[in-house]
Design a binder for this molecule. Sequence first.
Ligand code: PXL
Length: 277
Amino acid sequence: MKRIASIQDISCLGRCSLTVALPLISAMGVECAIVPTAVLSTHTMFQNFTVCDLSDQILPIARHWQDEKVHFDAIYTGYLASAEQIGDVCAFFDMLKSEDTMIFVDPAMADHGKLYAGFGPEFPAEMAKVAARADVLIPNLTEACLLTGAEYKEEYDEAYIKDLLHRLVALGAKKAILTGVSFEAGKVGVMTYDGATGEYFTYFNEKLPVSFHGTGDIFSSVVMGGLMRDLSMEDALKLAVDYTLECIRITDKNETWYGVEFERMIPMLCQRLKDAK
Ligand code: PXL
């Protein structure tokens, strides 16, 4: 059985980060060890959320696991709670990455053109240090612009997206996956670029006229799980696009900040993995 470590926060309520990654990656048949970067009462779109920063736990956990000679097939980073944690997360890679460990980085810090509450303007340059270490880097358009200094646009063409992908690879990432890409009304999906082969890949499905919190974490977790279950990158991305769409489709549209009802669609994930055999 494959084993990964996921480094992100616990938002106790609101279906994002570890409360999404842990159940989805487990349901996909992959062990998911966790390194909580902080405990928040909710994600940061709620008002008056509490935060307990766990920066001082990252290196002690890493040292213990190193002593235990734990092997990870991937290390998946998501929301990091502060600029001060970035060095420790990079040290975590150095301590626990083996030759065959995939570094999978979702630079969860922004959406819809804006940084999440609590991050200052210096944060993206810090996150870029983690992004530089990625075998797979999976930002949305806002995060890609903040990481690379590109202008954020809501209207764009394929040349703009290709330029962003090249900039992400120039940061040091081996493969870049841009999420939330849309070239025509009613369709949304991904475009990827592999710096080693120079190949692009795109996949789109229906775009529903609603935006939910936490869907980026669902998307990344399914890609991570799919890759660990030996799906090709293309098949892992198709599964993530299709699964995220179905989760949005079935969810009550009045409660967007509680995230999507991904629990009800877990059988679809298991079925698609079975069909892929
Ligand atoms: O879904 C990304 C995310 C993760 N963790 C926390 C967040 C967010 C998005 O706002 O606030 C704490």
